[in-house]
Design a protein around this ligand. Structure first.
Ligand code: GSH
Length: 206
């Protein structure tokens, strides 16, 4: 039985849940992190010494790092589809997945924390502005990549779309003005027709 630990308002947990939902797998999810706690208990730290969410347990095989979880699930259950078998398409998908983790996600982190998780009177306006400016440039990279393409890597929806979607859902729902990103907006609208994306990504950002 697959068990996933993590609260649903985390973009990293959302990636794993999206993969599980896309694959139609039976799984159990336990809330953990932030107000739910659990992730600092000795039992949890024994599984994931980072004390972060998500963590996956597949019949005793424990895995952390959200992108590794998505790769593992897609390769196990959807080789040739969500996990591209073509080496170059897979490398392309891997590249954008890594980019989400190293570049895209962090760029909007201070803006998200400030605008969504901080009371208005305590916000650091300069940090929010700097983060929005940085994220705008980085989102423009994705927008340029998606010009003339329906999906991030190859011709079909796949693991890179799963990994990037929660961050872009957060971006498009930040309570602030944003520069137009027509190709990314079209890509997001296409994804949001998928039942799994509707289930996971229609939650308000929090
Ligand atoms: N690189 C890790 C990052 C995991 C991470 O930073 N998780 C955050 C939530 S997005 C977390 O656990 N925060 C502490 C908490 O929720 O209590 C991954 O992709 O899984």
């Amino acid at each position: 039985m697959l068990k996933l630990w993590g609260r649903l308002n985390s973009i990293n947990v959302q990636k794993a849940v999206l993969a599980l939902e896309e694959l139609g797998l039976a799984y159990e999810r336990a809330d953990a992190g932030m107000q739910f706690g659990i992730n600092r208990t000795p039992e949890y730290l024994a599984m994931n010494p980072n004390g972060l969410v998500p963590t996956l347990d597949d019949d005793g095989f424990v895995l952390w790092e959200s992108n590794a979880i998505v790769r593992y699930l897609c390769a196990s259950h959807s080789a040739g589809a969500l996990w591209p078998e073509d080496l170059k398409i897979r490398a392309d998908a891997d590249r954008w997945m890594d980019w989400q983790g190293t570049t895209l996600g962090g760029s909007m982190g201070p803006a998200f924390m400030g605008l969504v998780r901080t009371a208005p009177e305590k916000r650091d306006a300069a940090a929010i502005e700097a983060s929005l400016a940085k994220a705008t440039k980085i989102v423009a990279m994705l927008d340029g990549h998606l010009a003339g393409r329906d999906y991030i890597a190859g011709e079909a929806y796949g693991m890179a779309d799963i990994v990037v979607a929660p961050t872009m859902h957060r971006w498009f729902n930040l309570p602030c003005a944003r520069a137009a990103a027509p190709n990314a907006e079209r890509w997001y609208a296409t994804l949001m027709q998928r039942p799994a994306c509707i289930r996971v990504l229609t939650l308000p950002i929090s």
